[in-house]
Write a protein that binds this ligand. Structure first.
Ligand code: HEC
Length: 157
């Protein structure tokens, strides 16, 4: 076999392979539901890949946050005390003003007025802000969640 014949074979082989590939691409059945699903999946994957990556840190809703307090507190006017005192209208009041609740000594001797700053500090870690408090709650680590709870307490008047 001379050089030219070898080239001709090679070119013929390349032609055959590429036309087979073209045949396959042009002869997919676009009505095949299975295939259609796969194509849709592929589109979704590439759309997801192109989507900008945004770090969304979800904070809990106020309802969900208050549920953590509600085991021990009520929030309604004249609501009963549970393990903790009723929390209606405590904002701008001194700590431990609910006469029908038995506060801890550390609460009774603390000199605190409940405002945004003190509530935020207390709810971050109750036992750090009022040492020996009997509020057995670890605190809300998320600042945004604390702000939600504080503004809720602020509106309770
Ligand atoms: C396990 C029970 C418990 C949970 C849960 C709890 N608390 Fe308390 N809370 C208490 C107790 C008990 C006290 C009184 C503390 C003391 O006397 O040392 C208190 C006191 C308070 C006070 C001060 C009230 C006052 O009259 O000065 C506030 C404000 C408060 N809690 C808010 C909250 C919020 C908001 C949550 C939820 C994020 C919460 N607590 C969750 C038991 C609880």
């Amino acid at each position: 076999m001379n050089k030219n014949t070898a080239y001709s074979f090679l070119i013929a082989a390349v032609f055959v392979v590429s036309s087979m590939t073209a045949y396959n691409i042009n002869h997919v059945d676009k009505n095949d539901p299975q295939l259609l699903n796969e194509l849709i999946d592929l589109e979704e994957v590439s759309a997801a890949k192109d989507a900008p990556v945004v770090a969304v840190k979800k904070t809990k809703s106020i309802d969900k946050l208050l549920r953590q307090c509600a085991t021990c507190h009520t929030f309604t006017q004249n609501g009963k005390n549970k393990t903790g005192p009723n929390l209606f209208a405590i904002y701008q009041k001194k700590i431990a003003q609910n006469d029908s609740f038995k506060y801890s000594n550390s609460f009774k001797s603390a000199n605190i007025v409940w405002d945004e700053a003190s509530l935020d500090a207390f709810l971050t870690k109750p036992k750090d802000f009022v040492p020996k408090t009997k509020m057995a709650f670890n605190g809300l680590k998320n600042a945004e969640e604390r702000a939600k709870v504080v503004s809720y307490l602020k509106e309770l008047n």
